[in-house]
Design a binder for this molecule. Structure first.
Ligand code: PMV
Length: 333
């Protein structure tokens, strides 16, 4: 079993793939931000990662998807109330994914709403593919387990495997060639005082996708060979920090993991730089606040924006320095 089609067939064996045109499937999936990043695939076709990773979901920030059979003779994709052009990459990616469903004879109408900036490094594809799989499960009443949904979502976008749950989620790298042991698993610990803040610097679509950037890093950065060991140590520290509610260990580890990912990209040939001057300005401000005794950390995905990590008790100070911050309490709804 080595292709996406075969994985879909195995998971959806004996499942119904027809429904009445009046039926609708609906689902919400949160966006997630990795504290230990997924950066590099050992199998590109199946989105199998080189390392395990760990994320935190963004509560109410994410994607809601409504799915039904289209009554026009083609797929219709609606994103934030606008019909998406068939020629766009967004449309193609979703249709390619839907075409993996075995024995499907109809066209879909996918109505998706996202309350996070698309492709600006806030992991919108993660919540998008997770919500799509959950909406399919709802529409066809497949009764898939969260683990099975995580595997299917991973085939759309690697990090989507973690967006099936709220809270902390570990995506196990797995060992198998078919990736049936590469899925997300929630970590039961909650942390109500933990806050995240989205510091939006630029919501424009990035000029190199994370998919391309990670492959380019593997192929050309001389430091990539160090990455699996870095991640394995970071993952261990993060799990310890979560278990002990050791905030500084969590923040330091997440920040240094993100910086290591961006450092590898800088050492790729040619270099990839997602940061803009405002990103560095914000990072220097975070470090200055830390020198002044405020426990504030950040993580950065494949984009110029930052996610700030802090405890509720310092919210007022953080807001003073980052007045436009959108604050998320992942464990408080
Ligand atoms: O799932 P993708 O292909 O969009 O890759 C996501 C990569 C990062 O967001 C940068 C890191 C991660 O683990 O989410």
């Amino acid at each position: 079993m080595k292709t996406k089609e075969e994985i879909f067939q195995a998971i959806l064996k004996n499942k119904n793939t027809e429904c009445h045109e009046l039926e609708q499937g609906t689902a919400f999936a949160p966006s997630n931000i990795a504290l230990c990043k997924y950066w590099g695939k050992r199998n590109q076709a199946l989105n199998l990662p080189v390392t395990s990773s760990l994320s935190i979901s963004l509560g109410n920030y994410g994607t809601t998807t409504k799915l039904k059979i289209s009554n026009v003779n083609q797929h219709e994709i609606i994103l934030n109330n606008k019909l998406v052009a068939q020629s766009s990459e967004f449309h193609q990616r979703i249709i390619t994914f839907l075409n993996l469903i075995p024995m499907r004879s109809s066209h879909f109408r996918v109505d998706t709403t996202s309350n996070i900036p698309i492709s600006a490094g806030f992991a919108s594809s993660a919540s998008g593919f997770a919500a799509l799989v959950m909406a399919l499960n709802d529409l066809f009443k497949w009764h898939l387990s969260p683990r099975e949904m995580s595997i299917l979502a991973r085939l759309g976008s690697g990090s989507a495997s973690r967006s099936i749950w709220q809270g902390f989620v570990e995506w196990h790298r797995g060992e198998r060639k078919d990736g049936m042991d590469s899925y997300g698993e929630p970590i039961s610990q909650t942390w109500p005082e933990l806050c995240l803040g989205t510091h939006l610097i630029n919501a424009d679509i990035k000029n190199i996708s994370s998919r391309e950037a990670m492959q380019h890093t593997i192929e050309t950065s001389p430091f990539y060979k160090e990455w699996p060991a870095v991640c394995s140590k970071d993952l261990e520290n993060l799990k310890q920090a979560i278990a002990d509610k050791n905030f500084d260990l969590l923040g330091q580890t997440a920040e240094s993991n993100a910086l290591a990912m961006h450092a590898m990209m800088l050492t790729a040939h040619p270099s990839i730089l997602y940061s803009v001057p405002e990103t560095l300005e914000a990072i220097l401000n975070i470090w200055k606040l830390r020198q002044n005794g405020i426990s504030l950390y950040f993580t950065q995905d494949a984009g110029p924006n930052l996610i700030l990590i802090f405890l509720k008790e310092v919210t007022d100070v953080v807001k003073e320095y980052f007045p436009t911050l959108r604050i998320i309490s992942p464990f408080e709804g």
